[in-house]
Write a protein that binds this ligand. Structure first.
Ligand code: UDP
Length: 244
């Protein structure tokens, strides 16, 4: 297994070999250090997209923490003979960060999802983590001309941690492009997590998650993902053929 904390490259995209304990420790360190730290959670689909999108690849590779969010990525690391410690999902790390934020008095901001979704997620987060400070929320449907206004709103709310739930590559590019403008300590891309937190979308049952079958659950419940997910076998083939 890779030494904890080591970075490995899969098709040119870097990932950290960490477990949740190390990841959360790092996040707490980030909240105490200077400047913005960015967390990304690539899965096989995102690594494949990064093959054709240099900006996305550069955004992931310049992040401060890159978590393998998917069984495909862990499998690929094994094929390459550099096994990552484990799959670490953005959703589960987000839950741990929320708990720590509540305990340590760190405020959060939720950015992303359709109008109303971040508000719904905030309500449920407050129920699950009573006492947590939610500095603000904003939907994720704005164009680049409105970006500075949204950033102004975030900075005004002055959160410690910003969750960006706009899907890949939008969220990775937004965080990287605005690294110097965003005045918070941590920004993390969390994909569809606000949809789950708001109750709009359900996560796979634990038994399927533990069996590495979350992708199958998503495919069954959201068949429109078929095209997106069909890159998975291609991804593994590419990894096998690029193995040295
Ligand atoms: N989204 C957004 N702005 C956009 C496009 C998407 O806020 O311009 C949101 C969308 O509403 C959804 C999330 O981004 O909540 C992407 O979810 P998806 O399940 O595709 O992300 P994944 O978890 O697979 O990365």
């Amino acid at each position: 297994m890779q030494r904890s904390d080591e970075r490995i490259a899969i098709l040119g995209v870097y990932l950290n070999s960490v477990n949740y304990e190390i990841a959360i420790k790092k996040v707490i360190e980030f909240t105490k250090s200077d400047g913005l730290k960015i967390i990304v959670t690539p899965n096989a689909e995102i690594i494949m997209a990064a093959q054709k999108d240099k900006k996305l690849k550069d955004a992931i590779n310049s992040a401060d923490l890159s978590l393998p969010d998917g069984i495909g990525v862990v499998l690929a690391s094994k094929i390459l003979g550099k096994p990552l410690e484990q799959r670490t999902t953005g959703f589960d790390l987000m839950m741990m960060i929320l708990e720590k934020a509540r305990d340590e008095g760190l405020s959060i901001f939720l950015l992303g999802g359709k109008p109303g979704v971040a508000e719904g997620a905030a309500e449920n987060i407050k129920k699950k983590f009573p006492g947590i400070e939610i500095a603000g929320v904003h939907h994720g449907y704005f164009d680049e001309s409105e970006e500075n206004e949204v950033i102004g709103m975030i900075n005004e709310a002055s959160p410690d941690i910003l969750f960006v739930a706009m899907g890949a590559p939008k969220q990775e590019l937004f965080m990287t492009r605005n690294r110097r403008k965003l005045r918070c300590k941590v920004a993390m891309g969390v994909g569809g997590s606000l949809d789950v937190l708001s109750g709009k979308v359900r996560r796979a049952p634990k038994i399927m998650q533990n069996a590495g079958l979350e992708w199958l659950y998503r495919l069954i419940t959201q068949p429109s993902r078929f095209r997106r997910m069909s890159v998975l076998p291609l991804f593994l083939l590419k990894v096998i053929f690029h193995r040295k």
